[in-house]
Design a protein around this ligand. Structure first.
Ligand code: PMP
Length: 397
């Protein structure tokens, strides 16, 4: 039986829901799906790097050997062997991380939401970098904080600004490696100063590190987690080193916090899929990432260099950009009078896309900035797209 002409519901959304907005990036991505568009807008890892066969073999093995437990409900904190593996690999520089300090989550994005849920009240002070990861601003915004933007320069976050603005903050959200959106990396001295400042002021320091392994040369800088495991909340992700579609990340922190996050996660989704956790464990347990990550680094380093070379060739004087040492993004600062939102509208007409910088600012957006991603576009198309963008910018000078 189906009702005839039911009265349409007049939706009364919660105040929280009323202030939700779609991410600017997701909106742009809809336009950039057209194949003729050269898109530097996405934040997607390159599918060329996905170890599809390896994953397939692991799915087959897990399902044939442990199918019943892989398809059953599992514990909220996650698959124990994977947590033990991660605890072991995070225990460096004399700091020991225990499995009970790790919560597996459905992508580190879920970790951000859970952190907001357990640490942020309406009006709570939350410190973020200027600019910061849009997805984190979105995740925390649901809990209606008051964002305080911490000053940054070409080396990233300035710890003295945390000391000046941080009194009473519920958390400091930091991206020390190849930051999204700027590509900047926080130098060692600043890491130490930031950890010390937050510890002195009693501010939980969130270290979000999805790109940390993607350094083009040398080895990643030490994690802030290991400098003060009692005060740092570390967020890791398999999205950029394996594949994002499996939605697997982890939060590491003091056990008291992790238990609270676990309660929040239980309420949200009971647990992250056992099957994917078991498959990822199967893929990585014998050191696969040690061979796989260097291939991603080499691939991204080359793509990045192609874009930097094209920018030097085609961008006019007065345009500045970052030179990342890893990760997936370059940040561009245009002359002040150019609004990157308007520029995008014109660029899309010429089949080139990027992300305007404004949505990455919690306060006082700098509208003359934009983010470029170089990882999913072929070198030829990077050249073509940057050339078009350069011509467009030149026409505004
Ligand atoms: N943090 C940062 C800085 C990111 O760039 C992203 C993905 N774009 C995430 C967290 C979320 O990653 P995931 O949920 O795929 O682990």
């Amino acid at each position: 039986m189906k009702l005839e002409n039911p009265t349409p519901i007049e939706w009364k959304f919660s105040e929280r829901a009323e202030q939700l907005q779609s991410s600017a990036i997701r909106e742009i991505l809809k336009v950039t799906m057209r194949p003729e568009v050269i898109s530097f807008a996405g934040g997607l890892p390159s599918p060329e790097t996905f170890p599809v066969e390896r994953m397939q073999a692991a799915f087959d093995k897990v399902l044939s050997q442990q199918g019943k437990s892989a398809l059953q409900y599992g514990p909220t904190d996650g698959y124990a062997p994977l947590r033990e593996y991660l605890a072991d690999s995070l225990s460096v520089n004399g700091s020991q991380i225990l499995p009970e300090q790790i919560l597996m989550v459905s992508g580190s994005q879920q970790g951000l939401d859970l952190l907001g849920k357990v640490l942020v009240d309406e009006g709570s002070k939350v410190l973020v970098e200027t600019p910061s990861y849009l997805g984190a601003l979105q995740a925390f915004s649901v809990y209606q904080p008051k964002f305080e933007s911490v000053d940054t320069d070409e080396h990233g976050l300035i710890p003295a600004s945390v000391a000046a603005k941080g009194e009473g903050a519920r958390l400091m959200y930091a991206l020390p490696n190849f930051q999204n959106p700027t590509g900047r990396t926080l130098p060692m001295e600043r890491r130490v100063e930031l950890v010390e400042t937050c510890a002195r002021m009693g501010i939980p320091l969130v270290e979000d590190n999805p790109y940390g392994d993607l350094c083009y040369t040398g080895e990643p800088l030490p994690k802030m987690l290991n400098m003060n495991p009692a005060g740092v909340i570390y967020m890791g992700s398999f999205s950029k080193v394996l594949t994002p579609g499996i939605r697997l990340g982890y939060v590491v922190g003091p056990a008291t916090l992790i238990r609270k996050l676990e309660q929040a996660k239980q309420a949200a989704d009971l647990h992250t899929a056992q099957l994917t956790q078991m498959v990822v464990y199967e893929v990585i347990k014998d050191g696969f990432l040690g061979q796989h990550i260097p291939t991603i680094r080499t691939f991204y380093a080359k793509q990045c260099q192609v874009m930097l070379d094209a920018m030097s060739q085609y961008f006019p004087q007065g345009v500045e950009w970052t030179r990342p040492e890893g990760g997936m993004f370059i940040w561009v600062t245009l002359p002040r009078h150019i609004d990157s939102n308007q520029l995008l509208a014109e660029a899309i007409q010429q089949n080139v896309a990027f992300v305007p910088g404004a949505p990455f600012y919690a306060n006082n957006p700098e509208t003359n900035t934009l983010r470029l991603s170089f990882v999913t576009v072929s070198p030829e198309r990077i050249h073509e797209g940057i050339k078009k963008l350069g011509t467009l910018i030149r026409s505004k000078l």
